[in-house]
Design a protein around this ligand. Structure first.
Ligand SMILES: Nc1nc2c(ncn2[C@@H]2O[C@H](COP(=O)(O)OP(=O)(O)OP(=O)(O)O)[C@@H](O)[C@H]2O)c(=O)[nH]1
Ligand SMILES: [Mg+2]
Length: 215
């Protein structure tokens, strides 16, 4: 559940995935594409050779018709295998997750291990993985050795999570991935938080409010 304080709600969203899959790049490109009045600066907690050691954080938010302030805090985890303790800490109390997979054929094993570690870590930190709003993004679609989309769709056909195909480096489908997560998040929380009834926020208003564009 999001953190509630008088007049505001804060959702924690986490970009999880194997090392170097493009989690930090997703956050930076998303920051470029969001409208200025909504977003804070991207904060980077320690990087070494461009690899995340703790996390990156992008804060954003908007005010609902009721006056309620809806805030999001987007985090990335460090993907390198050694940093599992940090990943667990970042994942703790997450309200939604984007799993960023690397589309390269030779990264299939790393993707699989990272996905399994995400499920395990969810259980360890007490998150209900079966009901967690989760979007799976296959990034780096520009790579010549990217696994074809049809093959990926076949393999994930029985999985309940939406799939997105992105090239974060070029900013492609970064916003689309985020929007997909926002819709899952809204559907998961609208009723328990009375978003529509008490606060006058429809799914469209939630998405446009947080993306900062009129659709
Ligand atoms: N070709 C290609 N390269 C990408 C894409 N997205 C990110 N990269 C590159 O992949 C490398 C790793 O990107 P990051 O965003 O730092 O990856 P990360 O997942 O944050 O990595 P860790 O923090 O170490 O877990 C960088 O050199 C990026 O420029 C993409 O869509 N296509
Ligand atoms: Mg990173």
């Amino acid at each position: 559940m999001p953190e509630e304080s008088p007049g505001s709600l804060t959702f924690k969203l986490v970009y999880y995935g194997p090392a170097q899959s493009g989690k930090t790049t997703n956050l930076l490109r998303l920051h470029d594409q969001l409208s200025p009045e909504l977003k804070g600066e991207v904060m980077t907690m320690e990087t070494k050779d461009d690899r995340t050691l703790f996390f990156d954080l992008l804060p954003l938010g908007f005010r609902a018709p009721s006056g309620l302030l809806i805030k999001l805090r987007l985090f990335t985890v460090p993907g390198q295998v050694a940093h599992d303790g940090t990943r667990k800490a970042v994942l703790s109390r997450a309200d939604g997750v984007v799993f960023v997979a690397d589309s390269a054929r030779n990264q299939e094993v790393n993707n699989g291990e990272a996905f399994q570690s995400m499920a395990d870590n969810c259980h360890r930190v007490g998150l209900d993985f079966e009901h967690l709003p989760l979007v799976v993004q296959f990034n780096k679609r520009d790579l010549p050795n990217a696994v074809p989309e049809t093959e990926i769709r076949d393999r994930w056909a029985n999985a309940p999570w939406p799939l997105c195909f992105a090239c974060a480096l070029q900013g492609k489908a970064v916003t689309e991935t985020f929007e997909t997560l926002l819709r899952l998040l809204y559907r998961h929380h609208a009723l328990p938080l009375a978003l529509a009834t008490t606060h006058g926020i429809s799914e469209e208003a939630f998405v446009t409010g947080l993306l900062g564009r009129s659709s």
